[in-house]
Design a protein around this ligand. Sequence first.
Ligand code: NAD
Length: 419
Amino acid sequence: MPSTPPSSASTPSTARPGFSRRGFVIAGAGGLAGAALAAGAARAQGGAQGSAQDTTGATPAVPTQPSARPMPMLERPLPEPRGKRLGWALVGLGKFTLGEILPAFGDCRLSAPVALVSGSPDKARDIGARYGIRALYGYQDFDRIRDDPAIDVVYVILPNAMHAEYAIRALRAGKHVFCEKPMAVSVEECERMIRAAEDAGRRLGVAYRAHFEPHNVRALEMLRAGEIGTLRRFESMHGRPLDPSEPADQWRAKRALAGGGSLYDIGIYALNAARMFTGEEPTEVSASIHTPPGDPRFAEVEDLVSFRLRFPSGVIADCSSSYSIQEQKNYQLYGTKGALRLDPATDYHRNTLMLKAEKREVQIQAEPASLQFSREIDGFSEAVASGREHRTPGEDGLRDVRLMQAIYRSAREGRPVKA
Ligand code: NAD
């Protein structure tokens, strides 16, 4: 990440929250906002030992007054000054936004949250007060963001079927868009989003956090350095029980809002990782799906999906996703000289990386997994500001949606299909 400030950052018209890192509030940071943002830094710092991913959906804890102790040795560069960070508007104040994304801005150098978009004005006011964010929008008046020069980027964190509409509205309002995975529920929606970005001359990125997660990044570096020889096989299992008592799982059980079941929600991590590690696009997909009959959770969406991807180099990826097993988020890469195992690979806070080579097993140390969120947010800000390529642009999201459709088609037709 270059240390140069983002040159195209617009000058904010509304006050941006102060910045803190590692519990210290930098000059200019304001009381509550600075303290709240410190939560992100504290989480990142303790991430490797921290608790499992936040499944409570609760508002992040606001620490007590920041310490007045002298500045410690900083491990990473200081954030850019307030006016030089890109302003981000967050659309949707659900479990993921509150549990992971808002706190992560505390560790961002190039990005600041400046606006919230929610269907619940009271919730938006409460969260806004905690984070020092004054610009609040509803879904109806969302298009007013056009007149808010403090907003550079709109981050869409809504149920999957709403991604395309809000991304396109944001692009038409002249904003860059960062969109949660899966990019949208159909190929046609993804294509419309990409066209809208081209028409508006704005950037469109998809939030594939594994590309920025330290253990994943390290594994990719080790693979490229030849530490396990030539990659031959990739395996991954992603699963968790779908819980109808959880509001965030209620829309996931509805096809019209989710687009699909376990594949669309978590199988996509395996699919995207297989493409990331091979650096190739699969040529053939074969799949089978099993959904237990009579389980009301699966009235509209699938449970178990097993899919195989064949890559031009000969690598075969065997991946599964399920909404009825206990939590699994792993992958294994088998090479001619050894193997890499990440288990978990795609947790929010607790990933691990193990190298297994001839006669040795080494646990690889990487930075805390929780840094993945601030890294992906800053990664997009950096791409926007510099005009440089982004690691996970809209085209990447489109490829995954197209492949997921091919996986469904293969399962339906009971035969391998061309990817
Ligand atoms: P959530 O249900 O907690 O949040 C969804 C938000 O959308 C809520 O604030 C809800 O009020 C709002 N909303 C607006 N209209 C709605 C409607 N018609 N039905 C339901 N909710 C509506 O869900 P979440 O877990 O935060 O997921 C949101 C998005 O983030 C999804 O696209 C999901 O795939 C993605 N996500 C990504 C990750 C990741 O690791 N990258 C993790 C979790 C979720």
